[in-house]
Write a protein that binds this ligand. Structure first.
Ligand code: COA
Length: 149
């Protein structure tokens, strides 16, 4: 997969962004504040990554998604390694990523990639999303924040 910055004027790949975050409003907010990268295989956009600077010299992965037809093949790990490379190049001290308490696969993936659990954004999903989110029978309530230095 070839990763590149989304060209100015090109439409963001909402179908992928919405896989990671059901709120288009929140997506539009962080697209304005950060940089959107796309992952391409031949001419198809199969991955997306949004990075935004946050206080305290940290870079946060605000959105990461791979087209379901291409998941489980290492492309998500490739995007995470790319985000680490950008954070190092731009001299950020740490890289952050958050996921819901119910997102078991993502909780596994980020720890496999060397991220450590840092803190909870308590009630984040209750307070920021109108519809309840339930995954594998678990209600998504808190955002689990991970850090990699
Ligand atoms: N238990 C243990 N490991 C798990 C797991 C589980 N329940 N679910 C996934 N994993 C592991 C896989 O085994 C694999 O690790 P391995 O290579 O060591 O076996 C790893 O997680 C997945 O790696 P990869 O193939 O690179 O990921 P991907 O291309 O499928 O992309 C996502 C990962 C999360 C980006 C992708 O699934 C996605 O787009 N999901 C929908 C959007 C989303 O949820 N985004 C994140 C929001 S926080």
């Amino acid at each position: 997969m070839k990763i590149q910055l989304l060209s100015e004027g090109s439409p963001p790949p909402y179908s992928l962004l919405l896989l990671a975050d059901p709120s288009k409003e929140l997506i539009d907010n962080y697209l304005q504040a950060g940089e959107c990268y796309i992952g391409k295989i031949e001419t198809a956009i199969v991955g997306v990554l949004v990075l935004i600077p946050v206080e305290g010299k940290a870079l946060e992965i605000k959105n990461i998604a791979i087209d379901p037809n291409f998941q489980g093949k290492g492309h998500g790990k490739q995007l995470l390694r790319f985000a680490e490379k950008i954070a190092k190049q731009q001299a950020y001290q740490s890289l952050l990523i958050g996921t819901g308490n119910s997102s078991v696969g993502q909780l596994a993936l980020y720890q496999k990639m060397g991220f450590e659990m840092d803190h909870l954004k308590k009630n984040f999903f209750i307070e920021n999303y109108e519809e309840p989110i339930v995954e594998i029978g678990i209600v998504c309530i808190h955002m689990v924040m991970f850090i990699k230095n």
